[in-house]
Design a protein around this ligand. Structure first.
Ligand SMILES: [Zn+2]
Length: 104
């Protein structure tokens, strides 16, 4: 189910920043290194999300600061969620390649 668009990300300013980041940054998750697909729609594998390094709740004044924004995959963005800046978070295993075994 698509996540409802919040007013914060529905602004023209945010869309412009998002577009610029996707155009200028490497299409790779900042946290786990997963390749991201700029053509993937929200919720699809590889869809790009914009993550605030310092969470919005801590520094709303940095919400539109490119230095505070990174490209992220959805699993990492979700796992990071409301964690404070610098607080470690578990990179979800779902975003890593599945282990395969030839032993069976
Ligand atoms: Zn990731």
């Amino acid at each position: 189910m698509p996540r409802p668009t919040t007013p914060r990300t529905a602004t023209t300013r945010w869309k412009r920043i998002r577009t610029r980041l996707i155009r200028t940054r490497t299409h790779q998750c900042h946290h786990c290194g997963t390749a991201l697909d700029p053509k993937a729609k929200r919720g699809e594998p590889g869809a790009i999300e914009i993550d605030h390094l310092i969470p919005y709740i801590e520094r709303p004044d940095l919400a539109h600061d490119p230095n505070n924004l990174v490209l992220s995959c959805r699993p990492c963005n979700l796992a990071k969620g409301g964690k404070a800046y610098g607080e470690p978070f578990q990179v979800p295993t779902t975003s890593l390649p599945l282990p395969t075994s030839q032993q069976w």
